[in-house]
Design a protein. Structure first.
Length: 736
């Protein structure tokens, strides 16, 4: 196989022999069998048949290297090896770097090694660049290490991976002690609680760098260092995030006064924001929740726990109301990790956090509900703080001033109930009365309650007191408004009833006079008109006049009946009534008027007889009024729209009888639709406005319902429901 390869390489060398690559073939005896012309020109000392030497190629050496080709031959392996060689080539002895790839040559059995084909490439330029880079890296490492400033490198999880001498000097940690630890070890607790690292990450993600960021860090011995930090995100060539580098300068002498000013501004800003939040609602439950969250939030006053103990005027006692806070360090860690991960602002935290009485806040609320102290116990520490309106800081169960204060809460002391000997009591009070007590502590972190904490909490308690008082006043005002509105509605109803009574009284008086003055003449006129209409059947002119007189008299009688019924609605005499017969009577009575209008009347029913419980006379009047109204509505159609249609449909609807009366007139406007059943309401130039009101009275008297629909495209449909009755027996006229 190696002989065949040798022949192929000789042929190939004739074509690409001067291609700038080093080719040579070594047999199983580690002797050079062939090399290309380019290699012969560059390495004239090489000759066919000489020892190939070791994997470093040019010089002969004993076969004791682990990568010696001789050893490779002895242990065949189907793999390509790569070596980097630094050597001198050409007549001038130019120093070059050659990267060789060693391709094993096997016999036809694929197992027996016959030699190695080596292919070399000149990588001098790349290797010199790498050497330059290595030298620069050494230089940069030296500069970083001798810098007076602390220079550190953090990985994406904020673990320290680089630490120079300046950092060791500034923070007191050696490189061996600090590498791999979270950078939070250098950050003061309150800055961690305020989410400083999260804010820094936001800036880095936004701009890629953070310059001259002034803050505080912690020395190994615990003292604080004011520093100026410049941070840069470190990315690889593919823009993958590798971490960040920080240059930290010690500016402690200059920052002492500035830090105090910054803290004051920050506290005032938080208090102002909390004040806005508290006064953004008038609901007492929300205000109490906001108070507790504002005291305990990392963006707020940063206490671990807060308890509200409020005055109950009805029982004359100080009663535990609501609390917030973790029961143990594990719960605290979970809560703070979630809030820090969300990076929410104070307003968002206060608005979104829900006090979980059955979950994380259950323990503290079981505690607060145990606190119960009568207001007459003036020797009790809680009542004293309440009455004197004075903040009390309790340290190791010691009170400022007198030691004679009582702390009993039931069969335990206040310290035992709270499970803590260090806390602060802050009174809540209005201008006129005490409201309650805030109890706050740091039982989880054991952070000292500082003078600044007390001042902030005292100011916040004043704001909270005002918000509680405003909420209670607002609630009282709402109750007064509700009472006033109720009284106003009652007054309006009474006034409407009075006006209605006056109307009905007037109608009754007028009805009596009309009945006395008109009824008898109308009866006479109507009777004579009917006689004339019957007696002169052969004189169409006289018959026409008689019919007109009769119809006008019937119209006057209808108006008179409506007026009398509005003043004194008749009580229905219930019996079984075939509603289809009633509809037929109405259609017969209005047949002439329908014919004159060139309209069509249609009655559809699912059976010949449909029975209802009702007063036939009143049901007739109700259906008559509705059909007559529909006929009058058709009068508003244009001449070209004279195809007026009135449809009455009677059918069973469950256990009730349904009557639909529909016309294709212009319809009723929506604002008017709400008023059509009001007494005396009409849109016509003539009429009393009592027709539909009478219909509504009749339907109500039958324990039925009535509805109306009038779509924008026109037409009106009245839908009536009445109680159904069974089919009558042989005596169907029995009155119920």
């Amino acid at each position: 196989m190696i002989d065949e390869l040798n022949d192929i390489l000789r042929l190939l060398d004739r074509i690409v022999g001067q291609y700038p690559m080093y080719f040579y073939l070594v047999d199983a005896d580690n002797k050079i069998r062939w090399f290309n012309r380019f290699m012969a020109d560059r390495l004239p000392e090489i000759a066919v048949g000489q020892e190939a030497g070791c994997g470093q190629m040019q010089w002969v050496c004993a076969p004791d290297c682990s990568d010696c080709p001789v050893q490779v031959f002895q242990t065949p392996a189907h793999e390509v090896q790569k070596t980097l060689v630094k050597t001198l080539v050409g007549e001038g002895g130019e120093e070059v770097f050659l990267e060789f790839f060693n391709f094993p040559v096997y016999a036809s059995d694929g197992v027996t090694s016959e030699g190695v084909l080596r292919v070399g490439i000149d990588v001098t330029e790349n290797e010199k660049l790498r050497e330059t880079l290595r030298e620069r890296q050494k230089l940069y490492a030296t500069i970083i290490n001798i810098s007076e400033d602390a220079i550190i490198f953090l990985d994406p999880e904020d673990r320290i991976q680089g630490w120079n001498k300046g950092a060791e000097k500034l923070f007191g940690y050696s490189e061996e002690e600090i590498l791999g630890r979270d950078v939070a070890i250098l950050v003061p607790n309150e800055l961690r609680e305020m989410g400083e690292r999260g804010n820094i990450k936001k800036e880095l993600e936004k701009d890629g760098a953070l310059q001259n960021f002034e803050t505080q860090r912690i020395h190994r011995d615990g003292h604080r260092i004011h520093v100026d930090i410049s941070i840069t995100r470190v990315m690889d060539e593919n823009r993958n995030y590798l971490g960040s580098s920080e240059i930290i300068k010690d500016i402690s002498p200059r920052k002492a006064l500035e830090m105090e000013l910054l803290r004051t501004i920050r506290e005032l800003s938080k208090l102002n924001e909390l004040n806005d939040i508290l006064h953004g609602t008038h609901h007492l439950d929300e205000i109490l929740k906001y108070i507790l969250i504002g005291i305990t939030a990392g963006e707020g006053l940063r206490f671990n726990r807060a308890f509200l103990v409020l005055v109950d005027q009805e029982t004359a006692c100080l009663q535990g109301s609501l609390a917030i806070g973790p029961s143990n360090p594990n719960e605290a860690s979970q809560i703070w990790d979630v809030l820090n991960a969300q990076n929410k602002h104070l307003r968002d935290i206060v608005k979104s956090y829900a006090i979980d009485l059955e979950g994380v806040d259950r323990g503290v609320n079981e505690i607060v509900r145990k606190i119960y102290v009568p207001l007459h116990r003036t020797d009790h520490v809680l009542i004293e703080a309440l009455n004197n309106r004075r903040l009390l800081k309790v340290e190791n169960r010691a009170f400022p001033g007198s030691e004679s204060r009582q702390t009993d809460v039931g069969d335990q002391t206040l310290f035992e109930v709270l499970g803590n000997d260090n806390f602060v009591l802050v009174p809540l009070y209005s201008k006129t009365e005490p409201l309650g007590i805030i109890i706050a502590d740091n039982v989880i972190t054991h952070r000292e309650i500082t003078r600044e904490d007390l001042e902030s909490l005292k100011l916040f308690a004043t704001q909270a007191s005002t918000a509680i008082e405003n909420a209670r006043l607002y609630h009282d005002l709402e109750m007064r408004i509700v009472d006033l509105q109720s009284a106003y509605r009652q007054l309006a109803q009474n006034q409407e009833k009075l006006l209605q009574a006056e109307r009905l009284a007037g109608i009754g008086e007028m009805s009596a006079k009309v009945a006395h003055e008109i009824r008898n003449p109308l009866v006479s006129i109507g009777g004579f008109a009917r006689i004339i209409e019957r007696k002169v059947p052969d004189d169409p002119q006289i018959k026409k006049f008689a019919r007109i007189i009769r119809e006008q008299v019937e119209g006057l009688e209808s108006i008179l009946n409506n007026i009398l019924n509005a003043a004194n609605p008749p009580k229905p005499q219930l019996q079984t009534v075939n509603i289809n017969s009633v509809v037929k009577r109405v259609s017969n009575l209005l047949a002439d008027a329908i014919e004159r209008r060139q309209a069509t009347f249609s009655h559809e029913s699912e059976s010949e007889a449909i029975w209802v419980w009702g007063d036939e006379r009143l049901l007739f009047q109700a259906i008559f009024n509705l059909v007559k109204n529909a006929l009058e509505a058709l009068e508003a159609l244009e001449e070209r729209e004279k195809n007026g249609l009135i449809t009455v449909i009677t059918r069973m609807d469950g256990d009730r009888v349904r009557i639909d009366i529909t016309d294709n007139g212009p319809g009723i406007a929506q604002p008017i639709l709400k008023k059509i059943f009001n007494k005396f309401f009409t849109t016509k130039s003539s009429g009393t406005g009592l027709g539909l009101s009478i219909v509504h009275q009749i339907v109500d008297a039958h324990e039925g319902t009535i509805g109306v629909e009038s779509p924008e495209e026109g037409g009106t449909r009245f839908c009536l429901h009445f109680p159904s009755a069974p089919q009558p027996d042989s005596n169907p006229d029995t009155v119920v």
